[in-house]
Design a protein around this ligand. Sequence first.
Ligand code: AMP
Ligand code: GLY
Length: 425
Amino acid sequence: MMNVLIIGSGGREHAIAWKIKQSPICTQIYVAPGNAGTSEIGINLPVQTTDFKALSKMVTEKKIGLMIVGPEEPLVKGIVDFFQSQPENRDLLIVGPAQEPAQLEGSKSFAKAFMKKYGIPTASYAEFTEENYQDGVDYIRHHSLPVVLKADGLAAGKGVIICNSHEEAVQEFEWMVRKSKFGIAGSRVVIESFLQGIEASVFVLTDGSSYVLLPEAKDYKRIGEADQGLNTGGMGAISPVPFFDAVLREKIIKKIVEPTIEGIKKEKYNYKGFVFIGLMIFNGEPFVIEYNCRMGDPETEVVIPRITGDLLELLLSAAKGDLGGCSLHTDPRSAATVVAVSGGYPEAYKTGKIISGLKEQSESIVFHSGTKNNGDEVLTNGGRVLAITSFGEDIDKAARKSYQTLEKIHFDDIYFRKDIGYEFK
Ligand code: AMP
Ligand code: GLY
């Protein structure tokens, strides 16, 4: 029996809390800082995700046995290393990689070098800084179009720019390297070839040497229907991905997942956590677009509900370095989640709007993202507000249920895409 602390405040953390709550070995769940949804499952602690000292105090005070780190920022800033250096937190088990391997997400250049070293298929690339600026300009001018520019560091999901002309690419390169467009994150730029194809993601839970593969997912990143408009953190997700057949899955395991875990093992990384592998599938061949050192949001809201069995047991095994021999069972049904956002998102939007209809009967699971409690009311508190997950015989039926549930939920200026899963109707 144990107390669990989940770090983060999104739909991902709500989904993890929801699942862990079902475990017979879970005593109490704490979420820092959490949202209105997590407050119904556990106890929210008003501590920010990067305030390691305050979190450490909470871990001691609340007798936490397992800490699960949801978002990338605390991981890339070294939360795992911090806790492992504290004598009073010596017995704490943690799901999340140490700072060095968290660079698989925190530094594009680190991730590309890792892929190159371990022969993992990805787009060809070169990297440049202020020091070899002119070489970068020449590299761009001779590059095929479109050309992709990536700020090396974390840039809140905005650091990737796909350029359709050499002039635009040189301009963006100059802004990043010489005008600090993304601050320090863009002082080094990875320039890579554009990959064509269909995107999908796989998720792996590892203890640094063994792994289990979680259900795959596809997210819908653009704000507008038919994948038009600005990029967002994610407007919906589906799992399974209908075009994932046995042949493709096997290729992904052999060419990407196994070499990735092998690399983590060979480098002796302290990696006990999730690896999120963003893929581009072209002509049946998978290529890695990016690694993330955590689960995706809103992908978690379809992946986690599809896991049958005890997630807490599995996470404990990973955190103890004891994942060998563990397996995972999945619900064969399809899951879809539709994200309701504040009007204006991903640009400026208002918060503090009253959300109604949350208690209505429905066949969906309503995960909260940007929400907060205000007495008896639940208010919007972010761009992405709710993720409505449903199961169905196929993706279309699952998505339809989420849309039925959304008919009962309201807040001022609510917006959601009406076409999640549209390719699979
Ligand atoms: P990232 O921030 O690395 O997740 O990239 C954001 C998005 O940019 C990805 O989800 C892809 O849609 C797109 N992208 C990134 N790299 C490439 C590439 N080499 N070719 C095509 N699209 C890419
Ligand atoms: N949905 C994309 C991400 O979590 O990065």
